[in-house]
Write a protein that binds this ligand. Structure first.
Ligand SMILES: Cc1ncc(COP(=O)(O)O)c(C=O)c1O
Length: 379
């Protein structure tokens, strides 16, 4: 049986809404669907302000501008993350300071942050890997003590919570992704959540090419002008029309993924007990969104052989990030390269299994039984 790694979810209303957007004759980014999406995002996340953006990368670019990052500032980032978590800050001249991750959640190891803080540290970027929250209480405490900003990379964190608070709403700002591979999608799209209301005006200026066009649209001024840094970060109505249809079923998509995640977890627990692999740990304060289901075999060779074996059975799996501190760009930037062993091991051994909202128990059984066959255990 062929099992895809991912299948995009559809609510069935995407095309209808895109047709509505076209019929309205208004396709640029400040129309009906943008407003509707942002209202829905505020309701789901509880954020004070939610600004839809062309991607999570754009939202992180905006966050770096809002943090007033200047050349020479330092930003603490987990090494096990996507390039956008770091590039947005590097583009403003920041020096990335890479932190190792925890072996249970693969999130930034909060105990390793204090020794990385210097008088030049401007921000810390907790990345909520797989939609499981970082240890935010500790990170907020450290940030407050050192006077640094917290920008949450919640690209994978839509509809996920830490102590009841939606991811991306805990630090000063948070960035969400609605990329085609995420739980709730619009192809290429994202959002910036501003939890400090004093940032919202500036965020709107930055999103609209550094102009105060928002005040013009709201009828507050007759003419808009150049008031800040900025770029083209607002998504078109075609994109937000699609996203609107997805946001309507966000909770259902999450519930379906959670059911699939739990099914894998229960069925793979016996494999974990034999010691042939480890499963993710979800801390009790986290309500995750089942964005990723990963397993951790003991070594790189086993992971590679398992992935080849599953491929021979038409089951697609994937590893994930190359640790950023080992990438060519980190060397080019002259970053301090010291071993970050937990991330380096996770990058070599971690394997993501197929998961999507419409995955069937038959497909999951085939994946689980195949893993059992590989290890010679009856699952
Ligand atoms: C942790 C993380 N941050 C940022 C991004 C960038 O998201 P986008 O593709 O919406 O720009 C991704 C994308 O996968 C991601 O995984």
């Amino acid at each position: 049986m062929k099992v895809n790694f991912n299948k995009i979810p559809l609510s069935g209303r995407e095309v209808e809404y895109i047709k509505d957007a076209i019929a309205s004759g208004h396709l640029q980014g400040d129309g009906h669907f943008l407003k509707k999406c942002e209202k829905s995002m505020r309701e789901i996340t509880g954020a004070k302000a939610a600004l839809a953006t062309t991607s999570c990368t754009s939202a992180l670019d905006m966050a770096a501008l809002l943090c007033d990052i200047k050349p020479g500032d330092e930003v603490i980032i987990p090494t096990f993350t996507f390039v956008s978590s770091v590039n947005s800050f590097v583009l403003r001249g920041a020096k990335p300071v890479f932190c190792d991750i925890r072996s249970d959640t693969l999130n930034i190891d909060e105990t390793k942050i204090p020794r990385l803080i210097t008088e030049r540290t401007k921000a810390v970027v907790p990345v909520h890997y797989a939609g499981v929250a970082c240890e935010m209480d500790e990170i907020l405490k450290l940030a407050k003590k050192s006077g640094i900003k917290v920008v949450e990379d919640a690209a994978q964190g839509f509809c996920a919570y830490y102590r009841g608070r939606h991811l991306g709403t805990i630090g000063e700002m948070g960035a969400l992704s609605f990329h085609g591979t995420k739980n709730v999608i619009a192809g290429e799209c994202g959002a910036l959540l501003c939890n400090d209301e004093s940032l919202t005006d500036r965020a709107n200026f930055i999103r609209e090419k550094g102009t105060n066009r928002i005040h013009f649209v709201e009828g507050k001024i007759d003419k808009y002008t150049w008031v800040d840094y900025g770029s083209s970060y607002i998504p078109s109505e075609l994109v937000t029309a699609f996203l609107c249809a997805q946001l309507e079923i966000a909770h259902k998509l999450t519930a379906d993924r959670i059911a699939a995640w739990n099914y894998y977890f229960d069925r793979l627990r016996p494999a974990e007990r034999t010691g042939c692999l480890r499963l993710a740990c979800i801390p009790t304060e986290c309500r995750h969104n089942a964005h990723i289901f990963f397993i951790l075999p003991e070594d790189e060779k086993t992971t590679k052989s398992l992935s080849d074996f599953l491929k021979s059975r038409e089951i697609s799996t994937a590893q994930h990030y190359a640790p950023l501190h080992l990438c060519p760009m980190a060397k080019k930037l002259g970053c301090k390269i010291e071993p970050l062993p937990v991330a380096e091991k996770a990058a070599k051994t971690m394997l993501r299994l197929p998961i999507y909202s419409s995955i069937t128990p038959d497909e999951q059984d085939w994946v689980v039984e195949s893993i059992g066959s590989f290890f010679g255990i009856d699952l």
